[in-house]
Design a protein. Structure first.
Length: 608
């Protein structure tokens, strides 16, 4: 949520800031602003709404002179979306400007203290408190001032700061909110995510908690909160700017749907060597795997849905008991983690606030944590005991597609390896699973080649008010994700239910014309799903059935049927989810909505 970009160098700052902010639009925002030092003063320009409004006010940044600046896209938390509440925020005499991602939890007592000292506030935000607090503690030494403020604010923050009295520097600091530093021959940058600066450099520093950065046009210095210098190693971002562009597709989401065969292949193929799975980054011996007593899988949103698949998967082919948790619930429910347990935290961004807190809570309880993340060098990746990267590449659309698919692939690899090491999978079953894993990318590609029928059906139901997804077993897990995809980008009310629960209340919601999406790909549960479909059709539902090729009798029961290739039942979610992603996408397109940036949502949820 929210985006930060900062620049100091040889070029005009404002155009760089605006372009960088445009690369962070996927994070979600409702207002934007920039602060540029023009050689005499810090000039701030802010606008409510999309970046286009800020571009118009500044003539694409050309009207703002200066080679030093900070910019921000705000997603409202404290105070409504408005120009006064937009960032950057000034101190009282406009000699300090601040942009902020995160939440200052103790801003109310701090604000009350400052008001008693004579300070006046023009916004409702917690961020303005930081600007005024910097003013209150200002000593003439920016490092000392920032350090004092860090010791007094509570919560999460990534800050970009300009001091008028120190015109050749930009300062930044972070705690529990992502921040990186980029370096190039023509200047240096701060950003809340890599895409903002990828056009200029792939050389970055990942800032750790409670570290302060001092940027000059030709150097970068790092300090801890006690102002002691620290050394950091530079990292190179492997993917380039072209990877983060649409490449001719109408939307990033469609591009990323079509990138899934390659993303799944890139995640699976390096870890299948000959006739066995090798996950070197796991750092677990055969004995370690055999000693696992329980697995806890933790995630938010789509990552949680991957965990639901994981529960069925691991318990089936490893016989290890599995608990799945929403990260936001896990961290507060006083969890009990048994000895010899394994905790798996799943996150696309590696910055998800609740998942990061759950990771830290797990480690406090003595557990070893494996992170499954997509973003190299992210906070979760750095703090986990071990990390398994999903090689999805940059995912820009808010609604995840390829990250979800690669997370599934990572769990398939883990579960298959564990099943073999624990003696649950015999050689024949293990070899068949390896074969099916390697064929998944091609089968996903075949589904993408037959999208027209889904597109037609989506346009027919673009005006639906309520949609219900039903399934059993792994199909229920996939239903959760299909329902989420539809609701988050089409704004249609949608719910997923375990089909066996229909008679326990849910079926009262079925009436004439209601669309029910029924998943029936699990052979052992197929006949039961046929019965569930008949239950809803007899009450007037229109049924969109999703089943495996060969189950052509489904057309006698359902109103509209889409077929996917067969694979092993435990891997079927990777294929079943593709038509559901396309359905959600085409419904949103038919409604004329902003597919890549749905309202009220952000790509990386870095606050509670």
């Amino acid at each position: 949520m929210c985006g930060i970009v900062g620049y100091i160098g040889e070029e005009q700052a404002a155009p760089i800031l605006l372009k960088g902010l445009s690369k962070l639009e996927y994070r979600g925002y409702d207002s934007a602003g920039v602060a540029v030092f023009d050689g005499k003063d810090i000039e701030v320009v802010k606008a409510k709404g999309r970046l286009d409004a800020l571009r118009d006010l500044t003539n694409d940044g050309k009207n703002l002179d200066g080679f030093i600046g900070i910019g921000h896209t705000r997603w409202a938390t404290h105070g409504e979306p408005s120009v006064p509440n937009a960032h950057p925020h000034y101190n009282k005499d406009r000699s300090i400007a601040v942009v902020h991602n995160g939440i200052i939890e103790n801003y109310i007592p701090l604000k009350e203290k400052l008001i008693k000292k004579g300070y006046k506030f023009v916004s409702e935000t917690d961020t303005e408190v930081v600007a005024q607090l910097l003013d209150y503690y200002y000593t003439g030494n920016p490092l000392e001032t920032i350090s004092k403020v860090m010791h007094r604010v509570q919560g999460s923050y990534a800050l970009g700061i300009l001091f008028k009295e120190h015109p050749g520097k930009v300062y930044a600091v972070r705690k529990d909110s992502p921040l990186i530093v980029g370096v190039s021959e023509t200047g240096n940058y701060i950003a809340s995510d890599v895409p903002a600066i990828l056009e200029h450099t792939r050389n970055v520093y990942y800032i750790e908690n409670r570290e302060i950065v001092e940027l000059k046009s030709d150097s970068v210095s790092f300090f801890n909160e006690d102002m002691e210098p620290i050394e950091k190693e530079i990292s190179v971002v492997e993917w380039d700017a072209v990877s983060a562009e649409k490449g001719g597709y109408e939307h990033f989401m469609l591009k990323e749907i079509y990138e899934q065969p390659k993303a799944v292949l890139d995640t699976i193929s390096p870890r299948i060597k000959g006739d066995k799975i090798e996950i070197e980054e796991l750092n677990m011996s055969s004995e370690d795997i055999k000693n696992i007593k329980r697995i806890y899988i933790i995630g938010c949103g789509s990552a949680y849905h991957v965990g639901v698949v994981g529960k069925y998967l691991f318990e089936d082919i490893t016989r290890i008991p599995v608990e799945i948790d929403l990260a936001s619930e896990f961290r507060y429910r006083k969890p009990i983690i048994e000895k010899d347990s394994m905790v798996i935290v799943i996150s696309q961004s590696g910055e998800t606030a609740d998942s990061l807190a759950a990771l830290r809570e797990s480690q406090k309880l003595g557990a070893k944590v494996l992170a499954i993340v997509n973003v190299v060098g992210s906070t979760i990746a750095r703090e986990a005991d071990n990390v398994m990267y999903t090689w999805a590449g940059p995912e820009i659309a808010v609604a995840t597609t390829k990250a979800y698919s690669t997370q599934l692939s990572a769990l398939y690899l883990l579960a298959t390896l564990f099943g073999k090491e624990r003696g649950v999978l015999e050689d024949e079953a293990y070899n068949e699973m390896l074969k099916e894993l390697t064929e998944l990318p091609e089968k996903i590609q075949s589904i993408l080649g037959d999208k027209e029928r889904i597109q037609w059906f989506a346009s027919k139901y673009a005006n639906a008010k309520d949609v219900f997804f039903i399934g059993r077993g792994m199909d229920y897990a996939t239903s959760l994700e299909g329902s989420l995809k539809l609701k988050e980008i089409s704004y249609i009310h949608s719910e997923a239910y375990a089909a066996g629960e229909l008679k326990h209340g849910t079926i009262s919601l079925i009436e004439d014309g209601v669309l029910v999406v029924a998943l029936a790909t699990q052979p052992e549960l197929y006949e039961k799903m046929i019965s569930n479909i008949k239950e809803v059709t007899t009450r007037g539902a229109y049924v969109f059935a999703l089943t495996c090729q060969g189950n052509f009798a489904m057309e006698d029961t359902a109103n509209f049927t889409v077929y996917v290739p067969k694979t092993l039942p435990c891997f079927q979610p990777s294929l079943t989810v593709i038509p559901l992603q396309l359905f959600g996408y085409y419904v949103s397109v038919a409604k004329g909505l902003d597919v890549d940036k749905p309202r009220n949502l952000a790509k990386s949820v870095t606050v509670e």
